[in-house]
Structure formats: structure tokens, C-alpha cells
Design a protein around this ligand. Sequence first.
Ligand code: FAD
Length: 710
Amino acid sequence: MLPRSIAARSTRFSSAPQLQRLSTRCPRTHSLLLPSRIYHSRSSFIAGAKTHKAARWRLPQPATKRSLTTKPLPSTQSRFVRFCYRSAAYCGSVVLITGAVITAFFIYDATTYKNDPSNEEITVSELALHPRRGGPKNLPIASVLVDDDDQEGREMQTQKYKPKLVILGTGWGSVALLKGLNPDDYHITVVSPSNYFLFTPMLPSATVGTLELRSLVEPVRRIITRVKGHFLKAQAEDVDFSEKLVEVSALGPNGEKQHFYLPYDKLVIGVGSITNPHGVQGLENCHFLKDVSDARKIRNTVIRNLEAACLPTTSDEERKRLLSFVISGGGPTGVEFAAELFDMLNEDLCNYFPKILRSEISVHVIQSRGHILNTYDEALSRYAEARFAHDHVDVLTNSRVKEVQPDKILFTQKDEETGKIVTKELPMGFCLWSTGVSQTEFCQKLAKKLDGQNNKHALETDSHLRLIGAPLGDVYAIGDCSTVQNNVSDHILTFLRTLAWEKGKDPQQMEISYKDWRSVAKRVKQRFPQASDHLRRLDRLFEQYDKDKSGKLDFGELHELLHQIDSKLTSLPATAQRAHQQGQYLARKLNKIAHAAPGMRLNEMDYGDLDEAVYKAFEYKHLGSLAYIGNAAVFDINGLNFSGGLLAVYLWRSVYFAQSVSFRTRVLMAMDWTKRALFGRGEYTTCVYRSNILTAPHRHDELLDKTQQP
Ligand SMILES: Cc1cc2nc3c(=O)[nH]c(=O)nc-3n(C[C@H](O)[C@H](O)[C@H](O)COP(=O)(O)OP(=O)(O)OC[C@H]3O[C@@H](n4cnc5c(N)ncnc54)[C@H](O)[C@@H]3O)c2cc1C
């Protein structure tokens, strides 16, 4: 028999006989043995008993002995008291942890201040302070820089005698290059008028305050620290390829332009592009969206127009004009800006401005082609158009801007039915010019003085990104300012030849049907996305080049067709994606060259061969395109199309969040998105800056008056 207290308690868990059956006596001491587990309910006891038949048996522990006594069990606290105790314990832990974190933060923060001025001895070369003059224009030659001898924390001295690598520009290409270079291989100097890297894909969001500009920029000095590089806030003017000197200009202390030479062993040109004016008159009445200062000006103008539209002295007609926002260019930048502008007007405006504004605002997109986002898959273009139609964003396709006047735009539009071209007028209070890119003045100058540079839109390089016409292996060009000589037709014809041989046919005798042509075109589009534009109407192209009307294209006809497309292609797509890939490629190659060069030179191998010897040619891999279209986004990922509402927007944000340049910018972006959700898009004030071109994004001292109008 079990003692009474056990029997009584065990009825809570199971029946007494059951427990008795499961209990046994020790064969040696004859004391009571109990199962090593205590079960809290009858069912769990039975289940436990079944599954733990092989459970070890053990002698009762002192704790078990207590329960065997006949003393009443100590009375337990009420649930409420237990809850209070637990809550207090949790709160205490949270307060303790938070306190510890805050204290740790303050301790860390305190260590970041520097009270005593630095008294360390600084060595600066005489040549850095008083550079010798020389070169074709007898200008100072900056062969030694003022921070070349810096030590204690910067350790620049170790780089002093390494090969000089000069990088022009601080954009996507240059920054990808800087991030990929080995720290100890080159003496690196970056030259650019912008002392920051700008995350351009999110720039349209910054024009309306969804994101703050500071979240999109990363100071370049921070980026070059890893490679112990130097930065000169200046602009490249010219290059003397024979003497290996870059002519650079910078604003002196009194605002005057000063010129000097910067010597190089290797030069990388990554100066980007400028907006293509397309020869249109009156672009001084337009805004551009290329830089931080452009985004600020746009934001100011939008808010200034909204404020002016609220004045009692503004007539109805004038109000409508002020609230007419025109975007010239239906590519990704124009479309994303239109979408952001619409979001801002739709979501935030009603909360802070008179309701009448909302009903009188109009957003127009003027697009020269048949669809907006015309480099994307047609289904996505149509989706974007449907979205804009839903949002009452007016899309004017087949329209070309003729002239921009201060208060209106003149444009021609082709009537789709009659084919007639009519000229129309659109009153406007704001116009964004976003119609593709063209070459900077600096690149035009270089192209003129080099042999083999025939492209009007970009500097031509070979497939190793070496500038054609410059001494081999000295000068590279990456990003928007350059194009690789692709020879699309040769590439595809090689592919077709291989295909023919595989099928056991003579390539010259091969003929392809319309179906084959479609798959060839698909392949061309994948390999050369910039060709997509010229491969829209496949049926028409087929018809046009099927000269003998046989319903098939023979090798000669196909060659001619592809050659025509090839000649129309200006460059690789002017995208961050391409510039980034080229920067990464060049970094890998320059790292290899740095290690291979000494050995190659010993073996008297021609230095110009080094590129080909150490690394493969550059190959652009198009990873896809995405665009934000106003609380919706479209993805064109190599034929895999995807579009949608807010879920797609979150995905779109995640992609750019992951690509953002640093942890700091990621944190700031996340904070901005949170801020938008909680408080809207921010202050509706305008900013005035001392100079028109704000080159340093963090210079708040230049902010004169936040309430005045520019
Ligand atoms: C608003 C906007 C949105 C965009 N969105 C996307 C997108 O979503 N996806 C995408 O793939 N691409 C996008 N792009 C395109 C992308 O930004 C460019 O293709 C990319 O910036 C090109 O990189 P880059 O290095 O060639 O030149 P850039 O990034 O333009 O940098 C050029 C650098 O050269 C400097 N520079 C200029 N002249 C000189 C000189 N004479 N001497 C020295 N330095 C000089 C400039 O100050 C700048 O630092 C967008 C562009 C814009 C403007």
C-alpha cells in the first residue's frame, strides 16, 4: 500500500492502484521506488508511463521524502501575486538591460570625443607644398601629395612608392573599383568635383522627401580609407597620354580656377554622363535629376509652386499652371519621379494644403516612344501605363518636346490612327528633363584627340575596358562615359555558325524561319539588353530583311539585319548595374596585374599584353531591371516579369536596401521609411543655399534661411 499522502496526491494525476502498479520495491532494501518523472495529469501520466516503460527507477530523493510526510503542503501564492512577481522581475530585467545598453552607449560616445589638440609632428614633403612645374602647359605637377607622409592611423607612407593609380569620378563605377582593390597594391588618388558617392536609384525618392538626401550619400573619404587613398576635390580637364599626366582644375581659396597636373601609371576614367539635351530649345526652364543639388532644387520648386498656388492673389488659370507638373522622358528615371511626385501629392498634400490644390494638380509624362518604360518587357510597360491611368497621371506617348518656355511646353504628337503629326501646348509650372544621357565635355575632348574613337555617345574601349587609341594598358574607361565595342552581329553570327555546325549544316546555306528568328532575337535581347529597343517589331524586321520573300532569312539577310541593329547601338545600357560590374571587373584585374607585373617585367613580357595575360575580357551580365511606379513596382528579370502593389514595393525597397553602399546609409534609409510611415514626407519648407551648386551635402552652414524662397 502507498502512504496516504501519496495516494491522495496521486489521484490528481492518476488512480492510486495505477501508481501502485507502476511503483515497486527495491529488491535489496525493500524501500519504495517511484518513476523518475512526475506527471501533472492523468492522461500525461498514462502516456508517459507507456512511453517511458524503460524509464530508469531510482531511490526516492530527499525532495520526494518531503511529499511522503503527512504534513500539509505549504500554501501556494495566489495567481495574481505570482503574476505581479513575474511582471516585476521582467520589468526589472528590461530596465536593467536598457540601462546597461544606454550606459555602454554613453561610455562609447565619450571615447569618440577628443579633448586635447593633436601635437604630433607632421612630415610633409617640400615637393608636395611647392610642386615642380612641367608638362605641355608648364603647370605644377602634383607628384607628391600633402598627405603622402601621414602616419599614426593613416599609414600613407607605405603607399608612396607604389604604382600611381588615378581614378576620375566618385560614381558607381569608381566606387565599385575602390571597394574591390587590394589596399596595398597602388598609390591611389581619386579626383572628382563631388566628394561623395550618390546612390542614384533612390534619388527620385529624395526629391519629394520620402528619403532624405543624406541617406543616399556616402563621403568618399570614408570609402578610400580602406585602400589608403587620396582624394582631390577637383575636375579633370584633359589628359596628356604621352607624358601620363591628367590636367586637373579646382577652385582656389578666392574662387578662381587653378590648374595642375596629376601624374599616373594607370588612369581610370569614370566621369559618368550628362543629360541629353536632344537639341531642344529652352532647357534652362527645366530641372534635371542627376545630383544632390538637382534633387534639392526640385523639392524647392515643387513646394514653392504649392505655396504660390495657395495665395489669394493667384488666379484660377495661374493656379492650374503652377500645379501642372511635366516630366519629359518616360524612361525609368522619369517614371519613378512621376510616381514619387504623385505619391507625395496624393498622400501628404491633402493633410497640409487646401483641398482645392488636390483637384487641380496634374502630372504629365511626355514620351517619344509608343510606351513608357520601353526598354522593359511590353507587359510591364502596359502595367505601368494602367497604373498611371488609375492614378490620373497623364501619359502622352509618341510625343516629342519641341521647345520649353518658362510657362509652357510645345510638343508634337503623332496621331496613332491618322499618322498625322500635330503640335500641342501644355501650360506648366514645373518641367523635369529626363531624356537619356550624352557625353561630358571632358570625354568629348578625349575622344577627339584619340584614334579609333568613333562613337558620339561614349568613349570606346576594347573588351578589356582599355581606352581605344590610348597607349595600351595605361587608360581604362568604365560606367556611363564608356562603351565596349561589342560587335553584336559578329557575336550572334558566331553563335549561328555553331548552331549550324551542330545541326550538320553549312552556315552559309542555313535559313531561319520566323520562329527561329524570334528565338534568336530573344537571345540577342538577353545578351545585349541595349538592343531590345531595336527588336520590338520582330515581324516587321523579318519582313523587311526577307528580300526574296521566301518566308525565311538566309545567312546573308540575317547578317545584314544584325549589322543594321549593331550600327544603331550606341553603348551598353547607362545603368548603375553596368558601371558597378565594370568597376568590380577592373578591380579584380588591377589586383592581378599588380601581382603579375613585376614577374612579367622580369621576363621582358610586353606590358601591354598584361591585361589579356592575367584576366579574361569583360562580359556584361544583365541581371534585370526594376522600377517604382507609385505604390507598385515592376521587375523585368531576364524574361521573368513580375509586377504588383505594395508587396512588390517592399521587394523593390529590399533590393536597393541591400545594394546601398554602407551600413550607415542602410540604417538611415530604414529610418526614413519609418519616418514617412509615422509622420509623412517631412517638412514643407524650402531651402536657400549660398551657391547654386551645392557640392558638399553635409554643409549645413551654407543653409541660410529655410523659410525663404529661392
Ligand atoms: C535619378 C537617377 C536614377 C537612376 N536609377 C537607376 C536605377 O534604378 N538603376 C540603375 O541601374 N541605374 C540608375 N541610374 C543610372 C546610374 O545612376 C548611372 O548609370 C550610374 O551612376 C553611372 O555610374 P558612373 O560611375 O558611370 O557615373 P556616375 O555615377 O554618374 O558618376 C560620375 C562621377 O564622375 C564625376 N565627374 C564628372 N565629371 C568629372 C570630371 N571632369 N573629372 C572628375 N570627375 C568627374 C562626378 O562628379 C561623379 O562623381 C539612375 C540615374 C539617375 C540620375
